[in-house]
Design a protein around this ligand. Structure first.
Ligand SMILES: C[S@@+](CC[C@H](N)C(=O)[O-])C[C@H]1O[C@@H](n2cnc3c(N)ncnc32)[C@H](O)[C@@H]1O
Length: 275
């Protein structure tokens, strides 16, 4: 029987792959990829068997259940010793890697998790936004942007989002809005207006700095900087699309000092005061 490796591909830059991930990509007998592996796809040696199971808002190539079953089928087929499931960022951060791991465990398939650098930290860093900064922010909270709010869930509303259904569980946006540190929203571009509305509704100041970081580590990477009160308009004007990481908090202003160049793919910016 083969073994399945749930491998984090990092945020898309092949140089940000771990040595272990890089080795496994070379050694794999079959690789299942998703959409967010970007440039890492080029690292896959020619002739290697690849199954693209990537999901987007518009189309699901394979459902999660089908992916789970396929992993088991490939591992037990006797044809493949190393099955690599390559996932964007880290497999266990909103990557459904834990569901795949549980399914493999239930079916007696040997597996290993290879962590990757999550887009939640890597994309802001590449744009010069530290998630913590002494005297500015001493905590980071990462949430999904297509989660239902508690009361919405109670009312039975379905979570909708760019990558399918909500994660379940009902996020307490009131608590999120009242955190003093940095807030990172993944899967948040499609629902930006709704999530910004929730934060404002629960008392987060309209002047709170916000950055929307689109397609990090690709040649189309862009950043839109604004405040909670105007970011929806700025992002709409810039026609921001998923995938994007949304950073909310005073750390966004640190970028003014750290950015690689004044105009590093900046669109829709307004001048922010230094922290
Ligand atoms: C399903 S989650 C997967 C997260 C992944 N497991 C990780 O750790 O980065 C997909 C979300 O990750 C974010 N994302 C992943 N790669 C990105 C990139 N290169 N640029 C911007 N956002 C990215 C977006 O918020 C996207 O909607």
């Amino acid at each position: 029987m083969g073994k399945v490796f749930l491998v984090g591909a990092g945020p898309g830059d092949p140089e940000l792959l771990s040595l272990k991930a890089s080795r496994l990509i070379k050694e794999a007998d079959v690789i299942l990829t998703d959409n967010l592996v970007f440039g890492v796809k080029k690292q896959i040696p020619e002739g290697k068997k690849i199954v693209d199971v990537g999901k987007t808002a518009e189309r699901h190539k394979l459902s999660q259940d089908e992916i789970n079953r396929l992993l088991v089928e490939l591992a037990v087929s006797g044809k493949y010793e190393k099955v690599v499931r390559l996932k964007g960022g880290d497999p266990f951060i909103f990557g459904r890697g834990s569901e795949e791991a549980l399914f493999l465990k239930e079916h007696g398939v040997d597996f290993e998790v290879v962590p990757g650098i999550s887009s939640a930290v890597a994309v802001p860093a590449d744009f010069g936004i530290p998630l913590t900064h002494r005297g500015v922010s001493s905590s980071v909270t990462v949430v999904t942007g297509h989660e239902q709010e508690k009361e919405e869930k109670e009312e039975g509303e379905e979570g909708k989002g760019e990558e399918g259904k909500g994660e379940g569980g009902g996020l307490d946006w009131e608590a999120v809005a009242n955190l003093r540190g940095t807030l990172v929203i993944l899967m948040g571009a499609g629902n930006l207006a709704r999530n910004v509305g929730r934060l404002l509704k629960h008392g987060m100041p309209a002047e709170t700095p916000v950055a929307v970081l689109e397609r990090g580590f690709t040649s189309d990477a862009r950043i839109v900087v604004g405040e909670l009160g105007n970011i929806v308009k700025l992002a709409r004007q810039a026609r921001v699309k998923p995938p994007a990481v949304v950073v909310v908090g005073e750390v966004v202003k640190v970028r003014e000092k750290l950015q690689k160049s004044k105009s590093q793919n900046l669109v829709g910016s307004q001048n922010l005061q230094e922290p």
